[in-house]
Write a protein that binds this ligand. Sequence first.
Ligand code: 5AD
Ligand code: SF4
Length: 456
Amino acid sequence: MANQNNTNQKVISPKLYIETYGCQMNIADSEVVVSVLQDKGYSVTEDINNADIILINTCSIRENAEQRVWGRLDVFKQIKKKNPAVKVGIIGCMAERLKEKLLEEEKIVDLVVGPDAYRELPSLLEEVDSGQKAVNVILSKEETYADINPVRLDKNRISAFISIMRGCNNMCSYCIVPYVRGAERSRDPKTILNEANDLFQKGYKEITLIGQNVDSYLWQDEEHHKSVSFAQLLESVAKISQDLRIRFSTSHPKDMSDEVLYVMAMYNNICNHIHLPAQSGSTRILEKMKRGYTREWYLDRIKAIKRILPDCAITTDLMTGFPGETEEDHQETLRLMKEVNYDLAFMFKYSERPGTYAARHLKDDVKESEKTRRLTEIIDLQNKLSEKSKREDLGKVFEVLVEGISKKSKDHFFGRNSQNKVVVFPRLNYKVGDYVEVEIIDCTSATLIGEVATKH
Ligand code: 5AD
Ligand code: SF4
């Protein structure tokens, strides 16, 4: 397909610049988008000023995620002023939520495409080329992009995401995801295994299986009257090679089964890390959040992890200031954090999302200043817990997968251990992609510092 650039010459390969916000799913989706467009002759540029098409893959999870995108649109406006031929497209979750507003209020936006319509991008871009605005935000019950081979946009060529399912059926009362990403659907395991095998053949050493709720992955093979659960899928991927590390995210406390934990215990190459979002430590609040579990249930899952996988890192997501959250509820969250001893947590203030159950039925009644105070308290506590978790690693030896050169020192590599903690150590003769046994000798607030372990 041909396009015009700003010097009015015909270019054979229109240049696509893509920027990605939000979760791992969005990162994986951008790789699908690039694959779809490369197949039609587009090429990727990292220089926004050199682009014929600018796409921004957006997130709606909290208001500030959307604010960031509005800010970027102001920047794109300036670029379009200089070069009116450049096309601007909003894709992803905000496209789904705000298509009218984007098209009506943002004159610079030419294209609005939701997460299930990326196959249509080439034809939608043709519409744009003919001078129209193009929109497709239809959500699908089937689309998993199973047959699309994503173009990896990461730089290190060592680790990659594989999307195993899309959408979400949980309907947590605060959450926009089911509205912007649609119903849950699982991807054909054969295509997942092909993709994983292919990555391993290309030299990748780490794969993260991703989905909004991986524990409810379920593939029904109607033809053969068979089904594949997440535990079974995980085992099949782990069997590809001992040299291929497997991670997964995100688990849901209501669905995380012991079966998955036993599979993890059986395979050394499945990493010892579980991200198990708690959101709150108060059963009363969990009920209002419609999370489907109590504090006791959550702690029972933690107990199972610690029993079956004693070296497993546990990380979480927590929210402060959900409607009706009292000081006592907040204290319960702090107590839960101490009881679990999280290695890391992502912590947020509740942000009301229009259209969700909470927005329609619950008053956003915790004052902003109170949300901030509670958030500061949980962040301060988590900093202490994270530091403690790192100090406990001193003297231990971990297998580290080398990812790249440390930002702070050219003579050091950084990589991750099985628990997903970043480890920095001297380069010596190792190279990116090697597994190295490293003994931890020190730590900073974010990093473990080690030296290559001498063989015993
Ligand atoms: N407000 C604040 N945080 C939210 N999250 C999801 N929805 C909201 C919201 N409306 C957080 C949850 C989730 C993480 C991805 O984002 O903690 O686990
Ligand atoms: Fe953001 Fe959720 Fe969309 Fe991911 S799925 S980009 S977290 S709104």
